[in-house]
Design a binder for this molecule. Structure first.
Ligand SMILES: [Zn+2]
Length: 347
């Protein structure tokens, strides 16, 4: 992966390139992406550039031995850490990322724009709750106690540091605070507020912007089929709400609750969050940064006119709340009835 192959996020890429060019690389970075946002693609391109023996034109050469090792994720000085637990592929009692490295590598190489759930599926631990435990922290420390293999930077890439337990974070803290020379921590989070403060406060924070629609459609083609279903549900719901038709609104809630999996219901909530954001942007006269497909321009314009100015904010809060509750296995029918009720009173 080269910088030129990464989709979107040019300003983040410029910043990362500038760090390498100037030799002023922060020893710990926290990249905040939305799930499936491709932060790993950016990290891979950054590492390629950092380790490349003959960078040129602001990018890695993609052909030197170092570039090859980074691209295949087999560079001896780059370590990957991600949430794991005992599962069908690794029965070990206290597994570390190393036990799962083969499947992790396969996934990232196949699709650097993967979703969190793709990781658990690839590792064979779907439906379980993976974490970064103390044995993982010990493994990192022992790797970093050895000299770098190739004399350059040693990098630890941590995917989802919010899954790190306190014990692991405490073992790693000193290393993140004052790492040995030429040691980097690059972390990718979906929930910066859940990363332990002691760790997060040592990191340079960078926001990875969500991909635009065209890029998103290109990297997640399977999502498109759902998008249509979600848009239909969302527009039915908005029409019922703005028409002050409570019964139809409740029926929409039932339709959302009967989407065939909790994951799909979560995806709908994320979709609805994006759609409400579009309404908000239109109401604020910022249509240029909204993400509205041409065929829905009229729908969004109408809705922006019909909703109260306070609706989008209230709706986003309630949609976030629904997402959190979905994680906690709350009864879906009750949850979406409640959501619709809250939206109805704020429309
Ligand atoms: Zn190279």
């Amino acid at each position: 992966m080269r910088f030129s192959e990464v989709r979107g996020n040019r300003s983040v890429i410029d910043a990362l390139r500038g760090m390498v060019d100037s030799g002023r690389i922060p020893h710990a970075m926290l990249l905040h992406e939305d799930d499936g946002g491709g932060a790993m693609a950016i990290v891979q391109a950054f590492l390629g550039y950092l380790y490349c023996a003959s960078r040129h034109d602001g990018d890695s050469c993609a052909s030197c031995p170092a570039c090859n090792r980074v691209a295949k994720m087999i560079h001896p000085d780059i370590h990957y850490v991600f949430p794991v637990t005992t599962g069908s592929k690794v029965g070990t009692d206290k597994p570390t990322s190393d036990n799962y490295l083969t499947w992790w590598r396969e996934l990232v190489l196949r699709d650097p724009y993967f979703f969190e759930n793709d990781v658990y599926a690839a590792l064979g631990i779907e439906g379980k709750s993976g974490n970064i435990a103390v044995q993982e922290a010990k493994s990192i420390l022992s790797k970093l106690s050895l000299a770098g293999m190739e004399g350059g930077y040693r990098t630890v890439v941590i995917y989802l540091p919010e899954k790190m337990n306190v014990q692991a974070a405490n073992s790693l803290l000193k290393m993140v605070e004052e790492p040995p020379e030429n040691t980097l921590f690059v972390m990718i989070t979906h929930a910066p507020e859940k990363v332990l403060k002691t760790i997060a406060s040592r990191c340079l924070f960078m926001r990875i912007l969500p991909l635009g629609r065209a890029d998103r459609d290109a990297v997640h083609p399977d999502e498109n089929s759902d998008d249509q279903v979600f848009m239909d549900l969302f527009s039915d719901l908005m029409n019922a709400l703005t028409g002050k038709d409570f019964l139809s609104s409740l029926e929409c809630g039932e339709a959302i609750a009967s989407l065939d999996s909790r994951e799909k219901q979560k995806s709908f909530c994320k979709f609805a969050g994006g759609a409400v954001r579009n309404i908000f942007l239109l109401q604020q006269g910022m249509s240029s940064i909204a993400d509205i497909p041409q065929q829905y321009a009229d729908f969004y314009t109408t809705m922006a006119g019909k909703c109260r100015k306070t609706f989008p904010r209230a709706a986003m809060t309630n949609i976030d709340r629904a997402l959190t509750l979905l994680e906690r296995n709350v009864n879906q029918k009750i949850l979406f009835t409640d959501l619709v009720d809250r939206l109805y009173t704020s429309i």
